[in-house]
Design a protein around this ligand. Sequence first.
Ligand code: NOJ
Length: 503
Amino acid sequence: MDIPWWRDAVVYEIYVRSFADASGDGVGDLAGARERLTHLKELGVDAVWLTPFYTSPMADGGYDVADYRDVDPLFGSLADFDALVADAHALGLRVLVDIVPNHSSDEHPWFRAALRGEGRDRYIFRDRPNNWQSTFSGPAWTKLPDGMWYLHLFAPGQPDFNWRNPEVRAEFLDILRFWLDRGVDGFRIDVAMGLFKAEGLPDVKDQSFMSDSPVWGRPEVHGVYREWRELLDTYPGERMAVGEVWTDSPEDLALYVRPDELHQSFNFAWLQAPWSATAFRKVIDDTLATVPFATWVLSNHDVVRHVTRYEAADPGTGLSRAKAALLTMLALPGSAYLYQGEELGLPQVEDLPPEARQDPVFVQSKGELPGRDGCRVPIPWSPGGDSYGFSPGGVRPWLPQPGSFGALSVASQTGDPASTLEFYRRALACRRELIRTIPYELEWLPSDADTLVFARGPLVCAVNCGTGPVRLPPHESVLLATGPAEDGLLPPDHAVWLQRPVT
Ligand code: NOJ
């Protein structure tokens, strides 16, 4: 069987607003991303995922789309997009774009028409709200001057589409075609378990992300992905789609990646697992038992950066555990998604002043929830200046960067073998060499309960989640280690890749 490119791909998430600013307005843009593609090539990833850059009033950082077929001037133009794709392809990098089908912006022409009373059936209007809450906090309903209410599972500026209306279905097929024709290699599907709501919109007791809830994971959504898959398959070049599916069950997750649906789905169970060999083993076993093509992710623009998560659980361990989790994830069968800045070991910026925070989670919760700005602070490229190289000189970025970012910048870490960045480069280079020579299947090797040891052909990965050093399994050589692996011992909070003799 020919192995599709995405099966083992390492995909790098570019949160466009915070990656690189070429225009000098303090906000990242497509031209900035294009200028920095060589960083990604040198890092050794296979593809990039661009977060939304479409026309948007930015009620939710661009996840509120007013025109699905154009670029917001904040981020550039369609010409900038085309140039970025051309350069990425020339470098051998694939490009995924974000598609936001659950809701539009309240400035989308369809919603503007709905406000005038035209075509309301494209959205979800009721004369009375139910008890659903916005994921960002507060009610999921907003009342219009004419007394009608509309549903928004996120910000009020993000009205939910009515996916039972065939016009919505047809529109999204056309939007996919638009970007496929422009040469994208695939899509990341926002809130992929959303879209349909239970008929009658019944009140709920619990609105958390669960399989088969009235709010999320309705069975009808799979028909949409079957149509999308059919469309993707009509294009050459292995175009693909990865779904953002939050669910409490691996079996539910598996439904989205049936052979005639999406190619991949994010595996958030991995990101949610605590630093524990038992927890990791369970997620790995559940995943491999249920999905044909696994994915792994530790951080993204919605969650606290994993260095900080691990550090909060056990002070002093954050960076070492983060690197060990990376080695584990890169050794597991399937594909890995990296979030910009994790290759620099960037921590969550937890002390952003309230007046700087922009996330609707912070705003809607009236400051009760910190929101997600702390993982979205612009990337430091160089050790000094007004924005550590994120914007042209003299420009302050849209979120303030902490002083610690200078020493963590790309330029500061490049060439320093002890840096996180060089560790990521080594790990990705080593994986690239190995990946096509090892089997997809994973084999558990004996270990104590606090240690994970697994093999794929000649590659052995060992991770110590315990409190004392453990003896390394038999090996011919050490390929890569997060720290000292001397005297045949692996210290706590560390991981290692070993080459074992092939029998
Ligand atoms: C998931 C996106 O990743 C997040 O940033 C956004 O706020 C919600 N979906 C709503 O679109």
